[in-house]
Design a binder for this molecule. Structure first.
Ligand SMILES: [Zn+2]
Length: 116
């Protein structure tokens, strides 16, 4: 499987699913150790993990499962740190270990660069 195949399979999995994959929604992940909070936004429809690694201390951060007030409809009181997205088929930053997750409809995460 190459990235183009993984992206196509992932898009198809999401399109054919009945679940809500929260495009445009914001989520908050809270670190179980240092209590840091990381805000993410879903740029595409797709699956995101329940746990991510804390960028401050390396412990695990737990998802609020989209139960938070930091939503676009509330005027976005806090800018997200990270975005979840489905990569372009020619995205060279994606690594091979991520292909399976992507082919199952999973999104990958990157830091949002507000300086560009
Ligand atoms: Zn932490």
């Amino acid at each position: 499987m190459n990235l183009a195949e993984a992206v196509a399979a992932g898009q198809e999995a999401v399109d054919g699913a009945k679940g809500n994959f929260w495009r445009g929604k914001t989520n908050v992940y809270t670190c179980e150790a240092c209590v840091a909070q990381w805000v993410t936004i879903n740029r595409d429809a797709g699956a995101t993990p329940f746990l991510i690694k804390c960028r401050k201390c390396g412990a695990m951060c737990r998802s609020a499962c989209y139960n938070n007030d930091i939503q676009p409809e509330n005027g976005f009181p806090f800018p997200p740190h990270f975005e979840w997205y489905r990569p372009d088929p020619d995205d060279e930053t994606v690594e091979e270990w991520q292909f399976e997750h992507i082919s199952n409809g999973g999104l990958i995460m990157r830091m949002i660069n507000y300086e560009k």
